[in-house]
Design a protein around this ligand. Structure first.
Ligand SMILES: CC(C)(COP(=O)(O)OP(=O)(O)OC[C@H]1O[C@@H](n2cnc3c(N)ncnc32)[C@H](O)[C@@H]1OP(=O)(O)O)[C@@H](O)C(=O)NCCC(=O)NCCS
Length: 143
């Protein structure tokens, strides 16, 4: 497995990953372009050896925000999310982040389990974050 940064050449691949993994909640094409261009955002692809998933970390002062993390449906259950979490946390720690933060839909058992395994705690509930009746856990790792 290997990581490489997402570039503008990967836009259509990123659109596919986001669409297959997040459906209507995916980043728009314009959002993806903006994120690829930002210096404080690290978007990475995981290759095994073909692309199997991607993640994004935004670095804001002492906070690292995991803004996306997705494994293509046919590639799940093989430890790829573990590999991406390790890499995302490395990026945050190298940047000196004290806290790592993310949001996840409360019914997203696979993702919430993943984050709990890494020591994230539920710091709050955001009602209707993903639309009416669709709440999010605000999860934090660190102080
Ligand atoms: C969540 C997601 C990234 C997991 O990817 P994956 O490659 O299948 O995950 P891994 O095989 O690396 O498993 C990592 C951990 O996730 C959790 N997990 C993964 N699939 C799970 C499932 N079906 N049920 C419960 N927990 C699950 C487990 O804690 C697992 O660790 P363990 O096997 O050591 O117990 C994947 O399901 C996905 O892309 N979902 C759609 C996008 C999404 O919801 N992203 C998160 C946004 S906040």
């Amino acid at each position: 497995m290997a990581f490489r940064p997402v570039t503008t050449d990967d836009l259509s691949l990123m659109i596919r990953i986001e669409a297959e993994c997040f459906g209507g909640e995916r980043f728009s094409d314009e959002d993806l372009m903006r994120l690829i261009d930002r210096d404080d955002v690290h978007l990475q692809l995981l290759l095994d050896p073909e692309p199997v998933g991607s993640f994004g970390v935004m670095l804001l002062d002492e906070e690292g925000w995991i803004i996306t993390l997705a494994v293509l449906p046919e590639c799940r259950g093989a430890g790829h999310a573990h590999a991406m979490m390790d890499e995302a946390l490395n990026i945050c720690r190298k940047a000196g982040c004290e806290q790592i933060i993310l949001q996840v839909e409360t019914i997203n058992v696979a993702a919430a389990n993943l984050y709990l395994r890494y020591g994230f705690r539920v710091a709050g509930l955001i009602p209707d974050y993903y639309g009416p009746g669709r709440d999010a856990f605000h999860m934090v790792l660190g102080p």
